[in-house]
Design a protein around this ligand. Structure first.
Ligand code: TRP
Length: 335
C-alpha cells in the first residue's frame, strides 16, 4: 500500500506564490508516489472567520481551482472538504483530553496569529485549539508525510505529541507524521516582509491576470538604501532578487542582473521587468489550466464530492479503530 500524504489549506481566499513554493510544488511532485489527500480546511478557517461563514463557501471553489491549476491530478489525489467529514470533529474531541493548556500556549504560530488578530485576552477557544483539530486532520488519514510551509511546523510537532500520547495510552493505532518543507520554506511578501500572506496584502496570486502581476511586481520593495539607479545596490534580502532566484529559470540572466545591480549599473525597473517576464511565463500555464476548469464548475464540484467521499471512507475506518482502542465500541445492539 502506498504511504499517505495529508495536507491542506484554509479556504479564505485564492492561493498565492508562497503556497506554491511552500507546499503545492511538493504535492504535485509527490502525488504519484503517495496516496494523497488534500483537505480544504473550512472548519479551521471558521475559527477566525466565524462571523463571516459565507466567505468559506465562495472560496472552496477558488482553492480547488488553484489545486487543479498547478497540476494536482484529480484522478489520483483526493480533494476533501473538511466540514463534510464529521469524524474529524469526533476525533478532535478525543484529542482535547491529550493536550495541556500550557502546551497550546507555547505554540509560536498561534501566538503570532493571536497578535495579528489583536485578540488580546479574548481568544476564542476554537481558534486557540485549532492545532488539536489539525492533528485530527493529519492522523485520521494516517498520513506519514505533511508537505507544508515553515509556519506549520509547530502544528506537525503538536500532532506528533498527540500520537505518542494516544498510542501509549490506548493502542498503537495512529501514525506519527513528518513535515516536509518546500525548497523555499518562507517566501517574502512583495512588501519585503518576512512572509507572503493574504492578511498582509503582499501577495501575487496564482490566478492573477498578467496586468495584475505586472502591477504587483512594479510596486515591489527593493533595496531601501538605494536612491539612484547608479548607486551600488544590495541583492541579499532584496525580495525582487529572491523572486528571481526562485522563479527565473534563466540563471545566467539572474547572475548578470545581480552583478550589474551591485555595481549600480542597472535600474530597479529593468530588474522588475525581467522578473515580470519570468513570473508571467511561470504563471501562464497555471492561469490557462485554471480558466479551463473554471469553465467546468460541475466537473470541479464532482472532483470535490468524490474526493470527500473517498476521504470520509478512510476517516470512518480510522475511527472504528480509535473507538476500539479507547474501549468506546460498546456494541449495545449485540445480543
Ligand atoms: N493550518 C494550515 C494553514 O493555515 C491549513 C491546514 C488545516 C493544514 N489542516 C491541515 C495543513 C492539515 C496541513 C495539514 O495553511
Amino acid at each position: 500500500m502506498l504511504k499517505r500524504i495529508l495536507t491542506g489549506d484554509r479556504p479564505t481566499g485564492p492561493l498565492h506564490l508562497g503556497h506554491y513554493v511552500g507546499s503545492l510544488q511538493n504535492r504535485v511532485r509527490l502525488q504519484h508516489q503517495y496516496d494523497t489527500y488534500i483537505l480544504i480546511a473550512d472548519v479551521q478557517a471558521l475559527t477566525d472567520n466565524f462571523e463571516h461563514p459565507e466567505i468559506l463557501g465562495d472560496n472552496l471553489f477558488e482553492v480547488a481551482l488553484d489545486y487543479l491549476a498547478v497540476g494536482i491530478d484529480p484522478d489520483k489525489v483526493k480533494i476533501v472538504v473538511q466540514s463534510m467529514v464529521p469524524e474529524l470533529a469526533e476525533l478532535t474531541i478525543y484529542f482535547l483530553n491529550l493536550v495541556t493548556v500550557a502546551t497550546l500556549e507555547r505554540n509560536p504560530t498561534v501566538k503570532d496569529e493571536i497578535q495579528q488578530h489583536h485578540f488580546g485576552r479574548k481568544i476564542p477557544v476554537g481558534f486557540w485549539s485549532y492545532p488539536i483539530s489539525q492533528a485530527a486532520d493529519i492522523t485520521i488519514f494516517k498520513a506519514e508525510l505533511v508537505p507544508v510551509g515553515e509556519d506549520q511546523l509547530p502544528m506537525i510537532e503538536q500532532a506528533r505529541e498527540i500520537v505518542r500520547r494516544f498510542n501509549s495510552l490506548y493502542a498503537k493505532v495512529l501514525i506519527e507524521p513528518k513535515a516536509m518543507l518546500g525548497n523555499v520554506a518562507r517566501l517574502p511578501g512583495t512588501d519585503g516582509g518576512a512572509k507572503m500572506s493574504k492578511s498582509l496584502k503582499n501577495c501575487i496570486y496564482l490566478g492573477d491576470p498578467p496586468e495584475m502581476v505586472r502591477k504587483r511586481v512594479m510596486s515591489m520593495f527593493t533595496d531601501p538604501t538605494r536612491i539612484h539607479p547608479t548607486d551600488p545596490g544590495h541583492v541579499e534580502g532584496n525580495p525582487v532578487f529572491t523572486y528571481h532566484d526562485v522563479f527565473n529559470p534563466d540563471k545566467a540572466e539572474v547572475e548578470e542582473l545581480k552583478e550589474r545591480y551591485r555595481k549600480g549599473k542597472v535600474g530597479d525597473v529593468e530588474v522588475k521587468e525581467r522578473l515580470f517576464k519570468a513570473l508571467d511565463a511561470f504563471l501562464k500555464p497555471i492561469r490557462e489550466r485554471r480558466a479551463d476548469y473554471a469553465a467546468k464548475p460541475d466537473r470541479v464540484r464532482e472532483i470535490m464530492m468524490e474526493g470527500t467521499r473517498q476521504g470520509r471512507t478512510v476517516a470512518q475506518a480510522t475511527m472504528e479503530e480509535v473507538r476500539h482502542a479507547m474501549k468506546l465500541d460498546y456494541k449495545l445492539d449485540r445480543r
